[in-house]
Write a protein that binds this ligand. Structure first.
Ligand code: AP5
Ligand code: ZN
Length: 218
């Protein structure tokens, strides 16, 4: 299985990626998680990405495309892959096409912007694993602690309300056009293009997982 999860910030891509990757035994390529790890480690990439990410903008296409191409060379990607938060611009999607990266599905998770601010402002993250919780909708067993390790949960730097609005604007301007891009491709070249599926991301986490797995089975 090779797929892209498409959706606005806070739509639940990371949450659903965990279940889909488990079901198909495939790695999750989350460019956001990779960038946050680079920022934490203080690598040259992290130093370049830090300020852009905190402001809610997008890291340059060149940096991201190289990052993903390198990751795809690792052997665990041979059995399949789930892209979470990539591609995020038309040039990133074009670069994947040009590199001949095969895809079975593009799965769009649709959540109205009005729900998103509450989701993001209540998010708590475990940076080492990428696991996410929500103070109201998906609380950890012990407040402020990761279920598996007991380590502290943090609030992401870009999860402040003002930055969230900027991220939603950037999504509308730069990422949302990918909906038409992949839909159009699926209509024009059904044999070659990935199948396009759209599900509602409103409901319980379990309900959405069921919708996602159903959409990926036909
Ligand atoms: P990235 O990490 O990709 O962030 P994002 O796309 O903004 O998405 P999020 O991680 O915020 O949301 P999500 O959809 O994963 O939702 P989640 O499952 O956590 O990118 C961060 C930054 O890195 C970007 O702004 C950019 O600067 C840079 N970047 C990354 N990739 C890039 C690229 N390709 N090109 C350029 N720059 C790039 O859920 C959110 C919350 O909701 C959680 O608390 C969760 O518990 C809760 N929740 C989940 N499902 C439900 C539900 N059904 N009901 C209620 N609550 C729920
Ligand atoms: Zn995420």
């Amino acid at each position: 299985m090779r797929l892209i999860l498409l959706g606005a910030p806070g739509a639940g891509k990371g949450t659903q990626a965990a279940f889909i990757c488990q079901k198909y035994a495939i790695p999750q390529i989350s460019t956001g998680d990779m960038l946050r790890a680079a920022v934490k480690a203080g690598t040259p990439l992290g130093l370049q990405a830090k300020a852009v990410m905190e402001s809610g903008g997008l890291v340059s296409d060149d940096l991201i495309i190289n990052l993903v191409k390198e990751r795809l060379m690792q052997p665990d990607c041979e059995k399949g892959v789930l892209f979470d938060g990539f591609p995020r611009t038309i040039p990133q999607a074009d670069a994947m096409k040009a590199a001949g990266v095969k895809l079975d599905y593009v799965l769009e998770i649709d959540v109205p912007f009005s729900d998103i601010v509450e989701r993001i402002s209540g998010r708590r993250s475990h940076p080492a694993s990428g696991r996410t919780y929500h103070v109201k909708f998906a609380p950890p067993k012990i407040e402020g602690k990761d279920d598996a390790t007991g380590e502290d949960l943090i609030q992401r730097e870009d999860d402040r309300e003002a930055t969230v609005q900027k991220r939603l604007d950037v999504y509308s301007a730069q990422t949302r056009p990918l909906v038409d891009y992949y839909r159009g491709w699926a209509e024009q070249e059904p044999a070659k293009a990935p199948k396009y599926r759209k599900i509602s991301g409103v409901g319980s986490v379990d309900e959405i997982t069921q919708r996602a797995l159903q959409a990926l089975s036909n």
